[in-house]
Design a protein around this ligand. Structure first.
Ligand SMILES: NC(=O)c1ccc[n+]([C@@H]2O[C@H](COP(=O)([O-])OP(=O)(O)OC[C@H]3O[C@@H](n4cnc5c(N)ncnc54)[C@H](OP(=O)(O)O)[C@@H]3O)[C@@H](O)[C@H]2O)c1
Length: 282
């Protein structure tokens, strides 16, 4: 397959390029190659490369940046997605769009399934819901909702914590935000299975299990044999972030299971592999 990946220099893009590139012809499109917020540039690039599949990861994923500048967040995350969808439609490519657990309101007390109503609490979450709606207009599309990501190639929630602990600095982490967690390489592998099977639709994807942000960092520190004394646990309300954080956004991978795909391994095992990579990345 000819697969174009937007946001290829990003955290998820890095993992997707690695996994898909081992098996398929990949066009790794970075921000410098084309600004997805510009329709003509996006269309021109797609027409020249003519991929069969487009995996759209280019976005502003930072909740606080989106909250501070909604116009920019909507331009990149919504209009950018519209441009990608239109350009893909013109050349008959199927689109896999990356969404987030931030589409939910965090008020549920049991794992969210794909059919649960969305009710985003942040600007970022609203852009993700709109992006899903836009991609949903294409007959051949996938929407993959992912939780917090960790993986090689770019700083992420886990690596930032480990870097700080190794430098003897404090890492302040929310003690009351429970969600799934996802290793980018495992997510890329499961996406490749679903995409190769042409099994279109909306999927929650994550490593099996759930944890708080605090548990995630504590486990990473333990695996890395770093002193966890500098991990400072705080309730979300005391962290004074610009954008609201969800206290509960665990996702059930119901669609994946119902379609007969296997669920990625538990987050603890994936984290162990990733921490090994983090050690050698430095
Ligand atoms: N990270 C997470 O924990 C997480 C959780 C849930 C969902 N997601 C979603 O997963 C996807 C990938 O996130 P990520 O963590 O890989 O983000 P990332 O590391 O910030 O990567 C996003 C990439 O998109 C590029 N980009 C931004 N604006 C662009 C534009 N106008 N045109 C072209 N490229 C542009 C960025 O390039 P520059 O840096 O050069 O601007 C960056 O390389 C996003 O849709 C995000 O919302 C992420």
């Amino acid at each position: 397959m000819k697969v174009l990946i937007t946001g290829a220099a990003g955290l998820f893009g890095h993992g997707l390029v690695q996994v898909f590139g081992a098996k398929h012809e990949v066009f790794a499109l970075t921000h410098a190659d084309a600004d997805t917020a510009e329709a003509a540039a996006t269309r021109g690039m797609f027409n020249r490369l003519r991929p069969e599949i487009v995996i759209h990861t280019a976005a502003i994923p930072d909740l606080d940046i989106c909250e501070a500048d909604p116009a920019k967040a909507f331009l990149v995350n919504v209009e950018g997605t519209r441009n990608v969808m239109e350009a893909a439609r013109e050349i008959g490519a199927a689109v896999a769009h990356i969404s987030s657990d931030a589409v939910f309101d965090g008020e549920k007390h049991a794992p969210y399934v794909e059919t649960d109503p969305v009710n985003p609490q942040t600007v970022y979450g609203r852009t993700k819901v709109e992006g899903e709606g836009i991609v949903g207009h294409l007959p051949n599309h996938w929407i993959f909702r992912v939780p917090v990501l960790f993986g090689p190639g770019k700083a992420n929630f886990v690596s930032k914590g480990l870097d700080k602990l190794r430098g003897g600095e404090e890492y302040v982490v929310a003690s009351d935000q429970v969600a799934c967690a996802a290793f980018t390489l495992d997510m890329a592998r499961v996406m490749m299975e679903v995409i190769e099977a042409r099994s279109y639709g909306l999927y929650h994807i994550a490593n099996a299990g759930a944890c708080s942000r605090l548990e995630l960092v504590l486990r990473a520190a333990e695996v890395a044999a770093l002193d966890a004394a500098h991990i400072v646990a705080k309730p979300t309300d005391e962290m004074k972030r610009r954008a609201k954080r969800l206290k509960y956004s665990v996702m059930e991978l119901r669609a994946l299971k119902q379609a007969g795909f296997s669920v990625p391994r538990p987050w603890e095992n994936a984290l162990e592999e990733y921490v090994g990579m983090w050690k050698t990345e430095k």
